[in-house]
Write a protein that binds this ligand. Structure first.
Ligand SMILES: NC(=O)C1=CN([C@@H]2O[C@H](COP(=O)(O)OP(=O)(O)OC[C@H]3O[C@@H](n4cnc5c(N)ncnc54)[C@H](OP(=O)(O)O)[C@@H]3O)[C@@H](O)[C@H]2O)C=CC1
Ligand SMILES: O=C1CO[C@H](CO)[C@@H](O)[C@@H]1O
Length: 305
């Protein structure tokens, strides 16, 4: 058991724990998602991130419901996020899509529902012409129906956020985007914070993550001694330093792990502080490298990067 993460207040007054468990995996053994969710909550996590496109909502929900039944936490103590996929962007599709997610999760509401990407696709996988402002109206209906406490977006750029802010009634509380030491995203983060949108870091470990051999040959943050020295000084790992760096920039993180010791490690980041020069060392690894470039959508009009 590790101490629970502190929370941040969203612009609508709700509280969100600043560390959550990510649950995306290219493949998983049966039971692996639910076990990770159960372990995480037992360890002290109170924030779980999933998406309809991860095809794991049943298992994630199974883990959540099991641990509630065990009496470890109540539903109200948890913060659960899921996301609307690109093929359900029509305004009238949003509430039905969320109801399907809730049925799979076996929950009556989520805490946060996100538009996963700013572009929409048709059944052939081509870009559809649905404007994300129309999708957003469907998101607002989901709040009114009590199916989600808060709504936000993911992978939106500044221009796209600007439109949602100016053309909507309910404001997005978060923008979930890739941020890590090799993709520091200072400009987008500053924009979000200035506009009371919490930036959430996905793929927060970036190139540090040990399970990404495809990134070999890029600036090797896994072995560079400077980061090793910072980690050793605090008795922490490189991954913990990367997560702590994000937290000190007021950026909540959602690291994914199926490994119990790493799930534990990724929450154990609140008993040390990086000083200014250590923050600058981590920041110095920036090479604007995207682990999730979503290049297959790069020709779309609403591709954000
Ligand atoms: N909105 C969006 O478009 C996106 C959202 N996401 C969300 O963000 C979450 C996190 O991003 P993700 O892409 O998974 O990347 P992460 O940065 O969380 O890295 C995950 C990888 O790092 C490994 N790892 C975890 N902890 C450690 C550690 N302490 N030391 C070394 N390696 C570690 C994991 O391996 P192992 O499991 O074996 O421990 C896993 O392979 C996703 O799971 C998903 O929920 C991600 C991408 C896009
Ligand atoms: O959320 C997500 C999980 O990761 C995938 C691949 O890296 C992304 O495409 C997706 O947006």
């Amino acid at each position: 058991m590790v101490a629970e993460a502190p929370t941040v207040k969203l612009s609508n007054g709700k509280e969100m724990p600043v560390v959550g468990l990510g649950t995306y995996a290219r493949s998983a053994d049966p039971g692996q998602y639910s076990e990770a969710v159960e372990s995480a909550i037992e360890i002290g996590y109170r924030n779980i991130d999933t998406a309809s496109s991860y095809n794991n909502e049943e298992e994630v929900g199974e883990g959540i419901n099991k641990i509630i039944k065990k009496g470890v936490v109540t539903r109200e103590q948890l913060f659960v996020t899921t996301k609307l996929w690109n093929d359900r962007h029509r305004q009238s599709d949003v509430v039905p899509a969320l109801k399907e997610s809730l049925a799979k999760l076996n929950l009556s509401y989520v805490d946060l529902y996100l538009i996963h990407w700013p572009f929409s696709v048709n059944d052939k996988g081509e870009e559809a012409s649905i404007d994300y402002i129309d999708t957003w109206k469907g998101m607002e209906e989901a709040v009114k129906l009590g199916l989600t406490k808060s709504i936000g977006v993911s992978n939106f750029n500044e221009e796209q956020l600007d439109r949602v802010l100016t053309e909507s009634m309910v404001k997005p509380v978060v923008n979930q985007v890739e941020i890590n030491p090799t993709l520091t995203q200072h400009k987008l983060v500053d924009y979000c914070i200035r506009n009371s949108i919490i930036p959430i870091a996905y793929t927060p470990l970036g190139l540090i993550s040990e399970a990404r051999p495809e990134f070999k040959g890029l600036d090797d943050i896994k072995t560079d001694p400077k980061l090793g020295e910072v980690a050793d000084k605090h008795g922490k790992t490189r991954a913990q330093v990367a997560l702590r760096y994000l937290i000190q920039r007021d950026i909540p993180v959602i690291p994914k792990s199926f490994t119990k010791s790493r799930i534990q490690q990724n929450l154990d980041i609140f008993d040390f502080q990086l000083n200014d020069s250590e923050m600058a060392i981590v920041d110095g690894y920036n090479i604007d490298h995207r682990c999730v470039p979503a290049t297959k959508f790069a020709h779309f009009k609403n591709y954000p990067f």
